[in-house]
Design a protein around this ligand. Structure first.
Ligand code: NI
Length: 177
């Protein structure tokens, strides 16, 4: 298991429509393990493959936030929203690729999602609350879409400028060693 570096916006790989996953190779199993470990380490409730530079339609999530409760690590391969409620809900979203920036985003309150699991089995489940927000946010990543794309251009540009500055500072620190 290896923690993988998380790409920070802006990065062209975060704007790419990802390719479907084909065979469930050892690489895919390793990627799933690494992504879960990277997500828990961050810590975050969801992570999509493009965030670690792999342009494949795969995401991990675990929205059990109560530290006393049993974790529920999920790996969704080629996920698709097959139904969305008319009811909408607003959540304050964040993203591991846009650290420390949060904004309210409105999305369908419930969605049904179909995906392939790591055993190659087709799964289907209806999600609500944080799970619904998270799964939609992560599937957006697979289509090169970030939560800031839902915001007004001015707010989006402000956040992007902060991230450019953050990346510049990080690069400088790396140079210094
Ligand atoms: Ni995200």
């Amino acid at each position: 298991m290896t923690l993988r570096p998380i790409l920070i916006h802006p990065d062209p790989r975060l704007k790419t429509v990802c390719k479907p996953v084909g065979d469930l190779t050892d690489d895919i199993h390793r990627l799933a393990e690494d992504m879960l470990a990277t997500m828990y380490d961050a810590p975050g409730v969801g992570l999509a493959a493009p965030q670690v530079g792999v342009l494949s339609r795969m995401l991990v999530m675990d929205c059990v936030k109560d530290p006393e409760a049993k974790p529920r690590p999920m790996v969704l391969i080629n996920p698709q929203v097959i139904w969305a409620s008319d009811d909408r809900s607003v959540y304050e979203e964040g993203c591991l690729s846009i650290p420390e920036q949060y904004a309210e985003v409105e999305r369908p309150a419930e969605v049904a999602v179909r995906w392939t699991d790591l055993n190659g089995q087709q799964q289907e489940e209806q999600f609500d609350k944080l799970w619904a927000t998270c799964v939609q946010h992560e599937i957006d990543h697979l289509d090169g879409k970030l939560f800031i794309d839902y915001l007004k251009p001015l707010k989006r540009q402000m956040i992007t400028r902060k991230m450019v500055k953050l990346k510049r500072e990080q690069a400088r620190e790396t140079e210094r060693g």
